[in-house]
Design a protein around this ligand. Structure first.
Ligand code: 2X7
Ligand code: FE2
Length: 353
């Protein structure tokens, strides 16, 4: 990041870049952009020291599937329906990853979700708070969740700005009545049930529908690189979340009791073999190879990787060549769901399973 970066005049006029006067003379600080400006009085020399600001970083990347079933099974107070449990392998894995997150110092969670689909550009949540009830359109019997979500709008705007510089069409979601998708809510709830960190949600632009899975992969990688640049410039510590299942063939008839685990199994063997191929590559630290075969995997298993989340996160993290932490794999209505994490810090990185 260069110390003599230029900003368009409009940037400084925006509410997020308000400059406040400091009690000491000549020093003015923008607390929201973390930049400190010095205005000299004797010489007409103005400069700022944002180069001294610590660089932001991605402190963890999480693959966090979002079947609403896992929230239903946890019985949190926010969700109306009550269950007798279910999907423990996945939930206990999630619980363990949530405990690890508690031990990490971070400022915000940034999540890419396939269930906020946008057809013109990539959108970012752009208001400080979204509060409402989320009812899953397919499973209203198990997911009616009262949410109150805080957003890191400053970080979201930085990401939007960077994505735009990379040639990606972008938009901020400023509609207060916008209903946050259940993918965001489920993954964030399972990773941080206390909801004590702000989030940024990024929509999934459906390039695949206009072009192909390959183009989708390229676009998602470009978005990932843009987000990584934004995080670095923000000075913040960020946890990235790619919210999706792996193989995605699912049952068409729900069992009378959704949490009846005697009915839960992977939909078919080929799907399972594909999922395990991906898990092996993750364990071996071959994320570039995995992303290269993702279009084929997506086509064969009609996977939610179609939305671009995993490619986005891996590109942002520079395609890790170290082992992923594997927390659990389980079928939910026949789909393959894996909880995994990439820890760039070799001291805290673990072999979990
Ligand atoms: O969105 C989902 C999903 N990805 C997997 C399983 C069940 C329901 O919803
Ligand atoms: Fe989904």
């Amino acid at each position: 990041m260069g110390g003599n970066r230029t900003r368009s005049p409009g940037y400084w006029e925006s509410p997020q870049a308000t400059v406040e006067a400091c009690p000491t003379s000549r020093l003015r600080a923008s607390f929201l952009t973390n930049e400190v400006w010095y205005f000299s009085e004797r010489f007409s020399l103005d400069f700022f020291i944002s180069d001294n600001m610590p660089k932001g970083e991605i402190v963890l990347g999480c693959l966090a599937p979002h079947p609403p079933h896992v929230v239903y099974a946890e019985n949190p107070e926010q969700n109306e329906p009550v269950s007798e449990g279910g999907w423990e392998t996945l939930r206990w894995g999630y619980n363990r990853l949530a405990r690890k997150l508690k031990s990490i110092d971070y400022d915000a969670l940034v999540i890419f979700t396939p269930h906020w689909q946008t057809y013109i550009g990539t959108h970012f949540l752009g208001l400080p708070e979204f509060k409402s009830k989320s009812v899953d359109p397919v499973f209203p019997n198990i997911f009616r969740y009262n949410y109150d979500i805080k957003v890191d709008v400053d970080l979201a705007e930085k990401m939007r700005e960077k994505a735009s510089e990379h040639g990606i069409i972008t938009k901020m979601m400023r509609n207060q009545d916008f209903r946050v998708d259940y993918g965001t809510i489920t993954s964030c709830h399972m990773l941080n049930p206390d909801w004590d960190k702000p989030i940024v949600t990024i929509s999934s632009n459906r390039n695949a529908h206009y072009y192909s899975a390959e183009v989708m992969n390229e676009q998602a990688a470009a978005l990932g690189r843009a987000c990584a640049e934004a995080i670095e410039e923000s000075g913040k510590k960020v946890v990235m979340i790619s919210s999706h299942s792996l193989s995605h063939r699912h049952f068409v008839t729900e069992s009378p009791l959704p949490e009846d685990m005697s009915k839960e199994h992977i939909y078919n063997h080929s799907q399972y073999v594909w999922d395990m191929k991906l898990v092996d590559l993750m364990r071996e630290g071959k994320m570039r190879e995995l992303i290269d075969i993702l279009p084929e995997f997506t086509e064969q298993t009609i996977a939610e990787t179609e939305a671009g989340g995993l490619t986005w996160m891996m590109a942002a993290m520079g395609f890790p060549d170290y082992s992923a932490e594997i927390y659990g794999y389980q079928s939910v209505i026949g789909t393959g769901n894996l909880v995994a994490a990439w820890d760039p810090n070799s001291v805290t990185r673990e072999i979990v399973l």
